[in-house]
Ligand binder design. Structure first.
Ligand code: TYD
Length: 138
């Protein structure tokens, strides 16, 4: 998979401010994100010091949003690693296929919301780092 770290970017989401009543951010298919959202899931109640992820996807694109609190996403394209600190509910990290990712430093009560381009497919995961490096070479 010929993707690299520079294909992954922070996308600013629309933010509608309602005076003293809070905010609303919106994600729309093929408008906010360059894919059609097929699945949404979220991580929550993550114990302090816990890390998630440690895998790559072959075909899946994702938008990762810190819907509440903050956490770090370390992306690795097999050559270059980059850490994105997510702490704004109106920003999303667009992650292309073929990126090893690790999620860490979750703040207490944080919620990691993920919008995904495909249904859950076990066979789309690469969970072994050496296998990932091999996959990126071909
Ligand atoms: P997993 O992707 O391994 O979590 P992480 O890598 O972020 O720690 O998913 C954990 C469990 O949840 C695993 O048993 C599969 C299940 N799961 C689903 O059934 N559907 C989904 O869409 C996702 C993301 C996970």
């Amino acid at each position: 998979m010929k993707t690299n770290i520079y294909n992954c970017t922070i996308i600013e989401l629309s933010k509608h401010h309602s005076d003293r009543k809070g905010n609303i951010s919106v994600v729309e298919n093929d408008k906010t994100v360059p894919f059609e959202v097929k699945r949404v899931y979220y991580l929550y109640d993550i114990p302090g010091g816990e890390e998630r992820g440690a895998h790559a996807h072959k075909e899946l694109s994702q938008l990762i949003i810190a819907a509440s609190g903050s956490f770090d996403v370390v992306l690795d394209d097999g050559t270059i690693k980059r850490t994105f600190i997510l702490n704004r509910p109106y920003q999303g990290l667009y992650v292309v296929p073929g990126m090893w990712r690790e999620l860490k430093n979750f703040s207490s009560g944080s919620v990691c919301c993920v919008l995904a381009s495909r249904p859950y497919e076990k066979e789309d995961y690469i969970r072994d780092y050496k296998e990932f490096l091999q996959y990126k070479k071909v």
